[in-house]
Design a protein around this ligand. Structure first.
Ligand code: DUT
Ligand code: MG
Length: 149
């Protein structure tokens, strides 16, 4: 499927790269930090990082904000609320909630790639309240009830 998503660069961020796929079949568009000055995340610290753009996608889509594995592996930098949810009716600036789970401080510079945005389709669902649910073999078993291995 192919969709057209509108993107609006916010004023003051003309120099910020728009979200970009780094390879032909990449799932995610990398997101660039629109911080005015370098931002430091101390170990354990979390900060909301602006991206300098807003989007409008068609109904039936959402965007997920996901961490970059390189930043997570090398520096312990990840998205706290991963995957972040961008609703199709949200028109505000896309922001990335980063947290430093590493042991060293980490600096984020303007135009550094900090996360990625993956579009997903969202089925239209209506909830129907009932008194009883259908039987299954699993029933209410969960949270590891099938064992470890
Ligand atoms: O990583 C994120 C997560 C969310 N958002 C924006 C877009 C999303 O549509 C809106 C609300 O997000 P969410 O529903 O996760 O947060 P909430 O705490 O439920 O806020 P709200 O009451 O505004 O829905 O915030 C971002 O920019 N980045
Ligand atoms: Mg919400």
């Amino acid at each position: 499927m192919s969709y057209l998503v509108q993107i609006n660069r916010l004023s003051g961020h003309e120099d910020i790269e728009l979200p970009k796929k780094m390879s032909a079949l990449a799932s995610g568009f990398d997101l660039y930090a629109a911080v005015d000055a370098p931002v430091t995340l101390a170990p354990g610290e979390r900060k909301l990082i602006p991206t300098g753009f807003a989007i409008a996608m068609p109904a039936g889509l959402e965007a997920q904000i996901r961490p970059r594995s390189g930043l997570a592996f090398k520096h312990g930098i990840t998205c706290l609320n991963t995957p972040g949810t961008i609703d199709a009716d949200y028109r505000g600036e896309i922001k990335v909630l980063l947290i430093n789970l590493g042991q060293e401080s980490f600096d984020i510079a303007r135009n550094e790639r900090i996360a990625q945005m993956v579009f997903q389709s969202v089925p239209e669902v209506q909830l129907e309240e009932v008194d009883q649910l259908s039987d299954t073999v699993r029933g209410i078993g969960g949270f590891g009830h099938t064992g470890k291995n």
